[in-house]
Design a protein around this ligand. Structure first.
Ligand code: PLP
Length: 399
């Protein structure tokens, strides 16, 4: 398959995806031929504007939204900031309480923390053992002050898909706005905003074989939202700055391609995921898959191995040309336990023993036995290294 570096099995599609060749060609076309400023009145500018609006129309269509409900941003992080800060600011007169969950991406969690510093109160909901948020818990935490509920569609670490239709329905019953961070599902799982109680939704380009640094915010056209980037009149006066046309049209191309075979790719990845998990469970004792057994992003396996340091496993696999990610967040040189696994109730040791394998377009059925064998060998290696270390320690202490 295209975009596959020889001898590397890339299994980190939840972190990012290789850019589709057709997307690259589209971006090259735009850079060569559609370089005008979409705000200019002359022909060159007007043709850029036409292409910009065609991209907006097409992306709106993917969500069954209206064209004027799509805002282009610099990615999922900005879309989350735009939605949370923009809505909190616009609705501040009506209340100061926001509801979210403990397992959101940092783009939401840290934005909520910033809003707390500005006087908002935030409830961070617990999750169940699968990392799922219960609509009943959302309802129980609503107060007279609640203006916004933000719950992610699917979790980026463990892949659990939340019941956002039910959660959105709870929000609407109480006249509260509902935003969802759909960065891990945008384009990949069907979601039609005209049929869902979703007022705002964040999506990103680089999770669907599009360019990095571009994303969308869907915001219902009847919604008041305060601009978070001030300047020119672009994006209906709500997000200033000359539009990044190559990235936006690249994103539109990526969306077009992802929709072409969404169902079959979903089924293909689901099958590969099942084969991988069955093989790992059979071959490796002490292996546990985290997240919901069925309601999970197809192709995403977050798995812990008793007595194994996930970081070492990731590095060993990398040396064999297999790219996976660790289940823990690494910051400033120290490995912190994953906030998601901690919220799910796992012990610290367990949170550090996991890796995330996220399959995508570049993976085939032939990869699965290779992955199983490599992971089995490397888990064995990491375990025996740990045993040897313990033995040496005991000998030093007792010897
Ligand atoms: N939200 C979720 C759930 C994500 O997985 C990510 C990226 O990993 C983001 C937000 C941030 O998106 P971006 O990298 O486009 O800023």
């Amino acid at each position: 398959m295209g975009n596959r570096k020889s001898n590397t099995i890339y299994c980190d599609h939840s972190a990012t995806t290789p850019v589709d060749q057709q997307v690259i060609e589209e971006m090259q076309r735009v850079m060569n031929e559609v370089w005008g400023n979409a705000s200019s009145v002359h022909q060159i500018g007007r043709s850029a504007k036409v292409e910009l609006e065609m991209a907006r129309e097409q992306i709106a269509g993917a969500l069954n939204a209206a064209r004027n409900e799509i805002f282009f941003t610099s990615g999922g992080t900005e879309s989350d900031n735009f939605a949370l800060c923009g809505l909190a600011e616009a609705f501040r007169e009506q209340g100061n309480h926001i509801i979210t969950s403990k397992v959101e991406h940092q783009a939401v969690l840290n934005t909520c923390k910033a809003l707390e510093k500005k006087g908002f109160t935030v409830t961070y909901l617990d999750v169940d053992e699968y990392g799922m948020i219960a609509p009943g818990d959302v309802e129980a935490s609503i107060t007279d002050e609640t203006i916004l509920i933000t719950i992610m569609h699917a979790n980026n670490e463990i892949g659990t898909i939340n019941p956002i239709d039910e959660i959105g329905a709870v929000a609407h019953e109480h006249d509260i706005l509902f935003h969802t961070d759909a960065v891990q599902t945008f384009g990949k799982l069907p979601l039609e905003v005209n049929e869902s109680p979703v007022d705002a939704l964040s999506g990103s380009g680089h999770k669907i074989y599009g360019p990095k640094g571009v994303g969308i915010l869907y915001a219902n056209k009847n919604l008041d939202i305060a601009p978070q980037m001030t300047g020119g009149a672009q994006e209906r006066n709500l997000r200033a700055g000359t539009e990044n046309l190559p990235a936006i049209l690249g994103l539109a191309k990526a969306v077009e391609i992802v929709l072409e075979n969404r169902e079959s790719e979903f089924e293909r990845l689901r099958k590969l995921q099942q084969q991988l998990e069955a093989g790992l469970a059979k071959q490796i004792p002490g292996a546990t898959v985290h997240g919901h057994p069925e309601k999970r992003i197809p192709g995403l396996t977050h798995i812990g191995f008793d007595g194994v340091d996930g970081e070492s496993l990731v590095m060993n696999l990398d040396m064999r040309g297999i790219a996976v990610s660790s289940g823990s967040a690494c910051s400033s040189g120290s490995v912190n336990p994953s906030h998601v696994l901690v919220a799910m109730g796992y012990e610290k040791d367990r949170t550090k023993s996991a890796i995330r394998i996220s399959l995508g377009r570049s993976n085939t059925a032939e990869d699965i036995p290779i992955l199983i064998e490599a992971i089995k060998e490397e888990v064995g290696r990491v375990r025996s290294a740990a045993e040897n270390r313990n033995q040496t320690k005991n000998e030093v202490v007792h010897g």
